[in-house]
Design a protein around this ligand. Structure first.
Ligand SMILES: [Zn+2]
Length: 456
């Protein structure tokens, strides 16, 4: 239940109004190139930033990767960089990377219009409210405020509001980094997937698992389906392999982020001790309630069968079947390790299975001893009186593209005290997605401090 909340004022009210406007643009990305149409939300942002642009301090670019697939980059020039007369060549360029697209909805599962942007009892409703329009709106608001402040910042502050995060970024951040590297050039960045509470800590994402998709090609022997006796159907073998994949779990591989998670989240010392032991961890997972899925995912390489294929027509025993696996890797996992692990999991079944590589990317990590991370810690302590815990995300986001370029990038946010990781996960891509005014206000306040800390 939302708690009683004072109505937002000033920049927080502006952020909320912008968030509601972005929700109403309904830039739904279904993965097809014609969907998204983020140009609509780019126009909303341009109107929001008009006064800031009128100062002459902000340079904007609207960049379209395909018709309607627009991203907006707004760079507030710092005194120390970019002009050639800079006084502080080491001043950072802080990027604020927010996406404009949202995932589709199942309207039957919603109790309100998913694209209405309603503000009811201190909560803003709509697809994208949590993922991640509230942050994109807050990013735009801090840039506007910094542009209108009497003193220009020390370094650049760069809003990178992108298309196509939900479709993998091919029409958004990937394209921008390839086609317009100078426009999106930053030295450090904030993006999404942070701010949920882990115990009394606030989680900030510093790493994301990688992806190493594989296709298992499984052979049988064709025959007429009317005489199955003695045939070697690939369908049965697909079934055997699936059963094996369901029974054998890759072993845990624990690193420093795991220990930080356990320390922050697990209060019971005996349970924490079991979780720090890779041998005893799996038996302890059922005691973790709603966080068990996350704990399972970030403590190991995971393998999920997704697409199955076998057979061409109903009266022919299939000679071949395939299983596509969504495999998520840890920092440092190599392709060879994935193939080896897969053979270990398949055991005796592996002998005549071919393993093909599908698309993938490596896990990425940003160090948590950077000046930007320290600024996040100070801001969260000041605004929420809470320590920060660095976490690894099981899924991926656009931040990885910056990390791959060696740019420290953190999943930011500062949600209210009731926002457990489980509540956050439920909101993202779920029905009745909504965010409370308090979380928007806290996140904005922390962002303002970070920007001042790094750039004032
Ligand atoms: Zn997102």
């Amino acid at each position: 239940m939302p708690r009683t909340q004072a109505p937002a004022t000033g920049s927080a009210a502006d952020t909320i109004a912008l968030l509601r406007a972005l929700i109403r643009e309904a830039c739904v990305n279904d993965g097809s190139v014609g969907s998204g149409q983020e140009i609509r939300s780019v126009r909303v942002l341009q109107r929001f930033l008009a006064d800031a642009v009128a100062t002459g301090r902000v340079e904007t670019h609207v960049l379209e990767s395909a018709p309607g697939r627009a991203s907006l980059v707004a760079r507030l020039r710092g005194t120390g960089t970019g002009t050639g007369t800079g006084t502080d060549p080491d001043a950072p360029s802080l990027g604020l990377l927010g996406h404009l697209d949202v995932v589709p909805v199942d309207p039957d599962g919603w109790t309100r219009n998913p694209f209405g942007g309603d503000l009811i009892d201190g909560e803003i409703w709509g697809r994208g409210a949590v993922d991640m329009l509230y942050l994109t709106a807050a990013f735009a608001c801090v840039l506007r405020d910094a542009a209108l402040a009497p003193e220009p910042p020390r370094g650049d502050l760069v809003l990178i509001a992108v298309a196509d995060e939900e479709g993998g970024g091919e029409y958004g951040i990937h394209w921008l980094v390839r086609q317009h590297p100078e426009v999106v050039r930053v030295t450090e960045a904030l993006s999404e997937s942070g701010g949920m509470r882990m115990g009394r800590h606030v989680a900030i994402e510093v790493a994301e698992k990688g992806s190493a998709g594989r296709r298992l090609v499984i052979h049988g022997k064709p025959g007429h389906a009317s005489i199955p006796y003695g045939a070697k159907s690939a369908s049965y073998r697909v079934g055997e392999v699936l059963q094996r994949l369901g029974e054998v779990m890759p072993a845990a591989q624990l690193g420093p982020l795991w220990n930080a998670f356990v320390s922050a989240r697990i209060q019971d010392p005996a349970l924490a001790e079991r979780l720090r032991d890779p041998v005893r961890l799996d038996a302890a997972l059922p005691h973790l309630g709603g966080i068990a899925g996350y704990a399972h995912a970030v403590s190991r390489i995971t393998m999920s069968p997704t697409v199955l294929r076998a057979g061409m027509t109903h009266n022919v025993i299939p000679a071949m079947g395939t299983i596509d696996l969504d495999i998520r890797t840890l920092p440092g996992t190599t392709d060879a390790e994935v193939d080896h692990l897969l053979r270990v999991v398949l055991g005796p079944l592996a002998d005549d299975i071919e393993i093909e590589h599908l698309r993938g990317w490596a896990a990425t990590t940003s160090p948590s001893d950077t000046p930007l991370f320290a600024a996040i810690e100070r801001a969260v302590a000041a605004v929420a009186d809470a320590p920060v815990v660095p976490i690894m995300a099981a899924g991926g986001s656009d931040a990885r593209v910056l990390r791959e370029l060696g740019i420290p990038a953190y999943g930011f946010g500062l949600l209210g005290p009731d926002w457990s990781y489980e509540r956050y996960r439920e909101g993202v891509h779920g029905n009745d997605e909504r965010i409370d005014v308090e979380s928007v206000t806290l996140s904005l306040a922390a962002l303002q401090r970070i920007v001042a800390d790094r750039l004032a």
